[in-house]
Design a protein around this ligand. Structure first.
Ligand code: GLA
Length: 686
């Protein structure tokens, strides 16, 4: 398989020349050269032009686009164009339009309007992929294939009868013994706990997707439905990918993930192993005060999905998007900073939606590399500067981001934590992840997202926020990390259910009770606005927690002999019970936190974990809000990315050469990062 993007950092983005008169192509290519654009994702929404009538394909226009891009040394990430079928598809296959949970069949008229289980969609989409793959497999512009677009973004779940049959087949695969459907149904009844509320099934025909119903739907049915929906889209991806591998061997295939602040539909832990290159789309959450920390978490989680290898930032935005309640513009410098924040965390390509801002359509107010106002704009000059900086940092390509901290996360744990039947709707999985990631970010520690069953033994600190659902293997792997010397932190509502969403009996946090040396008798969630105070005993490992505040959650908790109480609840429903504990395990330790700590508390705990583990910030002593991340090459060379999010600039004690400015820095002449600025320092002697 050819490596992608290879030995340079690529600037690029979605390129939709079909929206423009053909003459625009000349100007596009000229401007791409000016900005140093190295890759273009072509054809994502071009099905209606490529197949204007069923079975009649028109590719001459795409030939011209690819030829021109190749002549300009722009590598093409060629879309299979299957994201959105043309209107004729809805006319010929009305049964393939998705049905909502409420039972409404949706109509074409926007995008991605198709049922993931539709045989007609599968057939028509693969016919298109077949045509494109045969035509372009050998085209010199082709660098990578791009399947669909953001799977699950608009059509994750379809509740139609075809989906219902597909779901039943999936469930039979999960619970059935071949040839013995009755035994399978027994197992399903057992797994779903259907004796509760008189839900017991006696015929497979009665098993349907969790359509709109009167009260809380069966939680395990809902969990299996989410697993199925992720897998149903994955089947489509794999069908396209397999055809591409067959017809276009050696060319990597990707599809763009949406690891970010809002999407939660697909289990990317299951998708990632099927990507030749992991790629992600990330858009800033304008409503978050610390959106740059959320960006960093997305990038560190994406790199985890890539197994620590470089990945591709397929899309982000030069400035405003068009789909948030208020679409704020990026102030000067932010686009460069955001871009390098992704590169620091392993992105070797920086893509945008989109090259040229559209004149018409639903996204005409979305920013682009080439704005409506043209090239005599601050935004365009920033784009050109970004191209220059990425070229100057070329030597970083292929290196790996260094991380001492694992952020253990899981989509199934998220789905079950955020379900309607849990103890508190104030407790959202992502909030807990963000709280602990944020503390590690503020401590200047390198972090990488990991699956619970991954090998975690190489990390110094392992954060396990609210891992509600965990397998025995996941719990064992987390325990192994502690035994191998890591400081492991597990937080409340973890380990509570098994992969069938059944409670692990005997006291929470079930799967982690022995590791942590604690037993929770009862949860005591807190009402909106309620807080509890903490206090620390003499000799506490985290004395800063004295008077720290917790919210959202508390617990009646017992510490086993040998487990240290680091802090307890000073007030609230569980006053006097432990709030933070620590148990020494092998060379490491296993900590348990029973409430949502305010940031001062999470910072103090992460500080204590890091100190105990010998995990050091990438650059010690930086002012709050200055981000420093290290990438290291196979040959030992290393680069430190410094990003100033404070707006005040920073003086940073590094020794080496800043690739952005070409200036040297040393103890006598520290690196001066401009307000809101960036630096990429090749470390001397590395
Ligand atoms: C996603 C899609 C693009 C575009 C952008 C807008 O990333 O893939 O087609 O809609 O969002 O932000």
């Amino acid at each position: 398989m050819r490596a992608w993007p290879g030995d340079r950092l690529l600037l690029g983005g979605d390129y939709n020349p079909e929206q423009w008169p053909e003459e625009t192509l000349d100007d596009d290519v000229e401007r791409m050269r000016e900005a140093g654009v190295g890759f273009a994702t072509v054809g994502v929404f071009a099905w209606a032009l490529l197949e204007p009538d069923p079975g009649r394909y028109e590719t001459a226009w795409l030939d011209r686009v690819l030829d021109r891009l190749h002549a300009a040394d722009v590598v093409v990430d060629l879309a299979t164009a299957t994201a959105s079928p043309p209107p004729w598809f809805a006319r010929l296959h009305p049964e393939a339009m998705p049905v909502s949970r409420e039972g409404l069949r949706l109509s074409h008229g926007s995008r991605q309007t198709w049922c993931p289980s539709s045989p007609a969609f599968r057939e028509r989409s693969l016919a298109l992929v077949d045509v494109l793959a045969r035509r372009y497999a050998g085209h010199p512009a082709l660098g990578m294939w791009h399947v669909g677009n953001e799977f699950g973004c608009h059509n994750l779940m379809c509740f139609c009868d075809t989906s219902a049959a597909h779901f039943r087949g999936w469930l039979q695969g999960r619970y059935g013994t071949p040839g013995d459907l009755a035994a399978g149904l027994d197992r399903l009844n057992e797994a779903w706990g259907t004796t509760f509320w008189s839900q017991r099934y006696t015929s497979w025909d009665d098993v349907v997707p969790p359509r709109l119903t009167t009260a809380i739907p069966n939680p395990t049915a809902e969990l299996d439905w989410r697993r199925f929906c992720s897998d149903a889209s994955l089947e489509q991806h794999l069908a396209e990918r397999d055809l591409l591998h067959e017809l276009s061997p050696g060319v990597p295939v990707t599809t763009n993930f949406m690891v970010g602040f809002s999407f939660e539909g697909l289990d990317y832990h299951r998708w990632a192993p099927h990507q030749d290159v992991v790629s992600n789309d990330h858009y800033l959450a304008a409503h978050l005060p610390d959106a740059h920390v959320e960006l960093a978490m997305s990038a560190d989680v994406t790199r985890g999905h890539a197994g620590g290898q470089p990945w591709v930032l397929m899309e982000h935005s030069t400035s405003a998007v068009n789909w948030q309640p208020v679409n704020t513009a990026k102030p000067p410098g932010q686009m460069l900073r955001d871009s390098l924040a992704h590169v620091a965390r392993g992105a070797d390509a920086v893509g945008f939606f989109q090259w040229r801002a559209s004149r018409a359509g639903a996204e005409k107010y979305h920013s682009a590399l080439l704005p409506h106002a043209g090239t005599d704009t601050r935004r365009w000059r920033e784009v050109v500067e970004l191209g220059r900086v990425l070229a100057a940092c070329r030597e970083v390509a292929g290196s790996r981001t260094v991380a001492d901290v694992a952020l253990v996360h899981d989509y199934e744990a998220m789905w079950t934590t955020d379900a309607a039947s849990t103890p508190s709707q104030l407790h959202r999985y992502r909030d807990e992840l963000r709280a602990w990631y944020g503390a590690a970010w503020r401590a200047g520690l390198g972090v990488q997202g990991e699956h619970p069953e991954a090998d975690l033994t190489g990390y110094r600190v392992v954060l396990v926020p609210s891992l509600h659902l965990v397998s025995d293997a996941g719990a064992a792997s987390i325990a192994d990390a502690a035994a191998a010397g890591a400081q492991v932190l597990v937080t409340y509502f973890s380990g509570t259910v098994d992969p069938g969403d059944h409670i692990r009996l005997g006291g929470y946090p079930g799967a982690f009770r022995d590791l942590l040396g604690v037993r929770v008798e009862e949860f005591a969630p807190l009402l909106p606005g309620a807080e509890v105070g903490l206090r620390t005993p003499a000799g506490s490992a985290v004395p800063q927690l004295d008077r720290a505040r917790g919210s959202v959650w508390s617990e009646w908790l017992r510490a086993a002999p040998g487990t240290d109480v680091v802090a307890d609840f000073a007030d609230g429903p569980t006053a006097g019970d432990p709030a933070l504990t620590r148990r020494r395990v092998g060379d490491g330790a296993a900590w348990y936190c029973a409430t949502r700590l305010a940031p001062a508390g999470t910072d103090a705990v992460v500080g204590a974990l890091a100190e105990a583990a010998g995990a050091r910030p990438v650059v010690p002593g930086l002012p709050a809000g200055v981000d420093a991340v290290r990438r290291r090459g196979d040959d030992g060379a290393s680069w430190v990315f410094v990003l100033d999010h404070t707006g005040a600039g920073a003086s940073v004690p590094l020794t080496g050469t800043d690739l952005v400015t070409g200036r040297n820095c040393s103890p006598g002449e520290p690196l001066e990062v401009a307000p809101g600025g960036v630096a990429v320092v090749r470390e001397a002697g590395s």
